[in-house]
Design a protein around this ligand. Structure first.
Ligand SMILES: Cc1cc2nc3c(=O)[nH]c(=O)nc-3n(C[C@H](O)[C@H](O)[C@H](O)COP(=O)(O)OP(=O)(O)OC[C@H]3O[C@@H](n4cnc5c(N)ncnc54)[C@H](O)[C@@H]3O)c2cc1C
Length: 380
């Protein structure tokens, strides 16, 4: 049964109930896709039909304003739900939301109208910033705009038809562009023989020689890296990761219930420690989302909090994996066990850019704070 989001939900709880049903159905369509070269086409199709692909757009552009500041709790819950159902689908959905959020924030009125129309038409968006070094993407002007170089680790390669890419300009700055792509073009996913997150079609995109219209440009040079938005945006992938952490925990719990081993004190201690880690991640993500939504009041503080949350969620994820594997034992390493794929997906998706730098930045902020530590984020 198709669950379709009400464009004017009666209440936040009715929206979340509808979103949960839509995500559950999408996840079921994307099950059994733990294969190299797989992609959750049907699951994305359901997110599209249910309205979740256009939900991030402002109401005036046909969405339900899921990227607005006062909707941060709803967006957090949707990202958590998708991640809990499928981290691969969560990664793709988060990329789509991120691209729409950037386009809404930095695009001109005309660009917003046009790209919102394309989102309503069902195009899948993504953000492709990572690139090979050397060989990254650059933008040249001759008799128009032309792209040279490639993007790497781009999820949805061959499927995302409206990627937001960053490209180096002749003066060394980076410009955002939304590039129209036909499905299956310029993408190479043959190197994505990954431990987990196999169904994300994460690959390399060769853009050399591609001519670009001037209206592909979003915002001004280096807007993509503008703080606090750039670093604070990490809260969204943390919400997806948090869903994946909860899914590993549920497989651990289900195993103890099924095998009747939950009464053992060692098993209980591990389950309790894992539950603490899941809840720690959820609390950090909730506060990180609030910090990001209110970042204008304290930009550096918000960036530091989100960076601190990155380390906390990574630690929680690694702990939950270890505790589950020790409790379930060898059967949790067999293909087909509910834990096995979830652990591989989570371990892979926990790898995000520059984790040491993020923690060091947060530590530096805390060191230099004029007041006591407890006062740093007391308004969150
Ligand atoms: C499933 C999946 C999908 C993805 N999809 C996309 C996508 O659609 N678009 C996109 O842009 N990217 C995507 N990425 C890439 C992602 O954004 C990161 O670039 C990538 O995950 C970085 O992982 P890494 O472990 O190699 O990070 P790194 O930042 O290379 O970190 C590896 C280690 O090196 C350390 N380190 C980092 N920099 C330095 C330095 N200068 N000196 C010394 N040590 C350093 C880190 O702290 C860490 O310990 C995806 C990643 C995954 C896992």
């Amino acid at each position: 049964m198709l669950a379709t989001l009400d464009p004017t939900p009666a209440s936040p709880s009715s929206f979340l109930a509808e979103a949960e049903a839509a995500v559950a159905h999408a996840t079921s369509l994307g099950a059994n896709l733990d294969r190299h070269d797989a992609f959750p086409t049907e699951a994305i199709g359901h997110l599209r039909e249910s309205g979740l692909l256009k939900a991030p757009l402002p109401v005036a552009l046909g969405g339900i304003g899921l990227c607005e500041r006062d909707q941060v709790a709803a967006l957090r819950e949707v990202l958590f739900l998708v991640g809990r159902g499928s981290l691969a689908l969560g990664r793709l959905y988060e990329g789509h939301v991120n691209a729409l959020a950037l386009m809404i924030r930095y695009g001109s009125a005309t660009t917003r109208e046009r790209l919102a129309g394309e989102a309503r038409d069902g195009h899948l968006f993504g953000v492709w910033n990572t690139e090979p070094d050397p060989g990254g993407l650059s933008l040249t002007h001759d008799d128009g705009l032309r792209l040279e170089g490639a993007k790497s680790y781009a999820s949805g390669a061959g499927h995302v038809t409206r990627p937001l890419v960053t490209a180096r300009t002749e003066d060394g700055r980076r410009l955002m562009l939304v590039v129209p792509l036909e499905p299956g073009t310029r993408a190479d996913t043959t190197a994505w023989r990954a431990h987990g997150m196999r169904a994300t079609a994460t690959g390399t995109l060769a853009f050399s020689g591609m001519r670009i219209d001037a209206d592909a440009v979003i915002g001004a040079p280096d807007d993509y890296f503008r703080q606090p938005i750039f670093s604070c945006g990490a809260w969204r992938f943390l919400a997806v990761q948090c869903g994946g952490i909860a899914a590993v925990f549920e497989a651990h719990r289900a195993h103890l219930l099924k095998t009747g081993r939950g009464g053992d004190p060692h098993q209980r201690a591990r389950l309790g420690a894992a539950a603490t880690a899941v809840e720690t991640a959820r609390l950090f993500v909730a506060r990180a989302a609030t910090a990001a939504a209110g970042a204008e009041a304290d930009p550096e503080g918000a960036v530091a909090y989100v960076n601190l949350a990155r380390g906390a969620v990574e630690r929680a994820g690694l702990d939950v994996i270890e505790l589950a594997q020790r409790s379930v034992g060898l059967s949790g390493f067999l293909e087909g066990h509910p834990l096995e794929r979830r652990v591989r997906d989570l371990a892979t998706y926990l790898r995000q850019p520059a984790p040491d730098y993020a923690l060091a930045q947060a530590a530096g902020h805390i060191l230099d704070a004029p007041g006591p530590f407890h006062a740093l984020w007391q308004n969150l």
